[in-house]
Write a protein that binds this ligand. Structure first.
Ligand SMILES: *[C@@H]1O[C@H](CO)[C@@H](O)[C@H](O)[C@H]1NC(C)=O
Ligand SMILES: *[C@@H]1O[C@H](CO)[C@@H](O)[C@H](O)[C@H]1NC(C)=O
Ligand SMILES: *[C@@H]1O[C@H](CO)[C@@H](O)[C@H](O)[C@H]1NC(C)=O
Length: 299
């Protein structure tokens, strides 16, 4: 996870939330909607590069430049994170570790943002019991803290994108920055081919493109993926601005009709397919007709 990625996303997502809601419950804790809105984004998702022994890559690189390993179940699903955060904030303590107090102040000050990150960190670290949960390096919280300290943060740096969420909206309810699922789905380049053609019996099938010998290039029979799998993966990547399974690869998805933008959307689709099940693990371009269409666009 590169800081540069966060910074460029930061630019994209500026002014996501101008004034935080200040609705308060009777005991002084904010209401659930306010907590949901101001919850620091996890910024990462579980299951990246499993080692086979229960460990996966975390969101943060260690001193050796490689992602610090985390349990593959971390970070938790967005709904689990949010519901536990709400419960802890409204109780004023970590319910699974009651000696740890939890506050969730709502202004845009550095101190309040840091306190909210602390509330989120405590929630994750005690998700399943006292000290039993997910490490902060399973999220981008450490990077968010650095950005807060440096004054370079925006409210939503990397967004909770690994999960489908409504796009952030401005005061008029207009979308700001992150594309919504419907827009991405409607502009997703068609794969143009289907899986399972002429299986050889060894897992290979015909691809969409002929090789130099005039015969279809072989592809894994699981390729291309079903449309819903493709769209879900594309949405995650576009909303994150990166290939979530290969975070050093940027994903852009411009929405206008120019040849250049159509071509960029095809690139986003190809990156998504090629990293569908892990870094470099997925479906080859020749399992679709995307390359030919990109060539025709001349961009
Ligand atoms: C919000 O969207 C409406 C139409 O959907 C548009 O008329 C209005 O100018 C937009 N507001 C802002 C602040 O962009
Ligand atoms: C990706 O992983 C899923 C679930 O393990 C599997 O069903 C699918 O065939 C895989 N797709 C590719 C292209 O490897
Ligand atoms: C734009 O793409 C179309 C195909 O969709 C192609 O016919 C046209 O030549 C392209 N324009 C440019 C300037 O390359």
């Amino acid at each position: 996870m590169k800081l540069a990625t966060l910074v460029s996303l930061a630019t994209l997502l500026s002014s996501v939330l101008s004034a935080p809601l200040v609705a308060q419950r009777q005991n002084g804790a904010p209401d659930a909607a306010t907590i949901t809105q101001l919850a620091p984004p996890l910024g990462f998702h579980s299951g990246v590069n499993p080692t086979g022994t229960g460990d996966c890559d975390g969101a943060i690189d260690g001193a050796d430049g490689k992602p610090i390993k985390i349990p593959c179940s971390c970070p938790p699903a967005q709904d689990v994170y949010i519901s536990q955060l709400i419960a802890n904030v409204q109780a004023g303590k970590a319910l699974n570790n009651p000696t740890v107090s939890v506050t969730f102040p709502t202004t845009d000050s550095k101190a309040d943002k840091s306190a909210r990150l602390n509330a989120a960190s405590v929630t994750l670290q005690n998700l399943n019991g006292p000290g039993k949960g997910c490490p902060v390096v399973s999220t981008t919280f450490p990077l968010q803290q650095k950005a807060i300290d440096a004054g370079t943060d925006v409210v939503s740096t990397q967004s909770n994108l690994a999960v489908n969420q409504p796009a952030p909206a401005d005061a008029q309810g207009n979308s700001t920055g992150v594309l919504d699922v419907g827009t991405i789905e409607s502009l997703a380049p068609a794969l143009g081919f289907q899986s399972g053609i002429n299986p050889t019996g060894t897992g290979d099938c015909d691809g969409a493109v002929n090789g130099a010998d005039g015969k279809p290039i072989k592809i894994p029979c699981a390729c291309p993926p079903p449309q819903d799998v493709y769209i879900n993966a594309l949405v995650k990547n576009v909303q994150a601005g990166i290939a979530v399974n290969n975070p050093s690869v940027k994903v852009t998805f411009p929405t206008d009709n120019s040849n250049q933008s159509q071509s960029a959307r095809i690139t986003a689709a190809l990156i998504t397919l090629q990293n569908l099940n892990g870094s470099g693990k997925g479906c080859p371009a020749v399992s679709t007709t995307l390359l030919a269409r990109q060539k025709a666009l001349g961009a």
